[in-house]
Design a protein around this ligand. Structure first.
Ligand code: MG
Length: 376
């Protein structure tokens, strides 16, 4: 079967789920008025404060300005979160401008016309995929609330197969990182940022106080094939599980040489944004790290899981620094994935939403309607 045909077939599940009509989803007694009447759509800022300064190979930050999309119709409000990422030339300001265009383009649509919203949002938002994601999340949250069901149930996601999520240990002094490892005691798997000067000392400092499985993310921090191969071989000696994004995405062609020599699985992150990027990575990476803010939300993350699976990739689901809204949206599709890195809300000191619970690194699928989170 050719790739295009296989990709189309893989997408069918999400397309069908996204376009289910209310009379199919709702049992007797569901709110008949839901969806009738005007739709109010707004974007408000969410200023998130971080528990610790967050350092990766590109930059450091103490706080994050995300956006909360509120979609109200028929007396029900659905929430979605935008998390702009400077790596993709996104900012609060560019997101606000994209949102205004999206809002104008979807005027007059019912929330049940989900795919029409999604296609118009993608056409208008351009590089601001996090705005598309926020709108998609708000649609799913709204639909779930309208029929009184959690989003994961609308998607047909099986319970009982949630992978353990990693908890990220931010780069800091050896002493602080070791303290963070102690604070991460409830989490059985750790993630560490590399691709920075001092990698070896950082990994050794963490390894000195834990024997938990560790995954590393180079965030495009190595600049040549030789450097990446040398670093990956060293990481193999430290009991590392896999390596994310060794080279800049613009150097994807060089990944073939690294892939041929790497003793550890290699996972694409900055090299894979949208469903259409996935087939291009065959032979270059072993896995793909999907994030809702990159791909445009729950619907596209469902599609990417299907496409990635069909092409033989290991599937990882990651996140940005986000509140419980964005993480809840990822949790709704997380059981489709092999590896989870969903800790963005755990790094936030002033999460404006609640409703999620995690035990021994395993997120519970929420029971509440929609995304299962409510304002604090
Ligand atoms: Mg990454």
């Amino acid at each position: 079967m050719d790739l295009t045909r296989r990709t189309l077939l893989a997408s069918t599940g999400a397309l069908a789920a996204a376009s289910l009509a209310p009379d199919v989803l709702a049992g007797p007694g569901a709110p008949a008025a839901a969806g009738s009447g005007p739709v109010d759509l707004e974007l408000v800022p969410m200023q998130l404060k971080l528990r610790h300064t967050w350092t990766i190979s590109r930059n450091s930050s103490n706080e994050k300005k995300n956006g909360l999309v509120k979609l109200t119709a028929g007396g029900i409000t659905g929430y979605g979160e935008s998390a702009a990422n400077v790596r993709y030339s996104q900012s609060w300001e560019s997101g606000e401008a994209a949102f205004a265009k999206v809002k104008a383009a979807v005027a007059g649509l019912s929330p049940w016309e989900h795919l029409a919203w999604l296609e118009r949002a993608e056409a208008e938002a351009g590089k601001d995929s996090d705005i598309v994601a926020a709108v998609d999340m708000a649609l799913w949250d709204w639909k779930g609330k309208a029929v009184g069901q959690p989003v994961h149930r609308l998607l047909g996601i099986p319970s009982g197969r949630m992978p353990v999520t990693t908890f990220s240990i931010g780069i800091d002094t050896a002493e602080v990182m070791q303290q963070k490892v102690k604070e991460a005691a409830p989490y059985p798997r750790l993630k560490v940022k590399v691709g920075l000067p001092g990698d070896e000392a950082n990994v050794k400092a963490i390894r000195a106080v834990t024997d938990k499985p560790i995954r590393v993310d180079a965030n495009e921090g190595w600049k040549t094939v030789a450097e990446a191969v040398e670093r990956i071989n060293w990481l193999k000696t430290q009991g590392i599980e896999f390596v994310e994004q060794p080279l800049p995405a613009a150097m994807d062609a060089d990944m073939k040489a690294i892939h041929a020599k790497s003793p550890l699985p290699l996972v694409a992150d900055e090299s894979v944004l949208h469903p259409a990027d996935v087939p291009k990575l065959v032979g270059l990476f072993d896995g793909i790290n999907v994030k809702l803010a990159k791909c445009g939300g729950i619907t596209r993350a469902y599609e990417m899981a299907a496409i990635g699976r069909a092409l033989g990739f290991k599937l990882m689901l990651g996140c940005m620094i986000e509140s419980s809204v964005g993480i809840a949206a990822a949790i709704a599709v997380a059981p489709l994935y092999d590896w989870l890195d969903l800790d963005g809300n755990l790094l936030v000191a002033n999460d404006p939403f609640k409703g999620l619970s995690i035990k021994d690194g395993v997120w519970a699928l929420p029971d509440g309607p929609g995304l299962g989170v409510v304002p604090v």
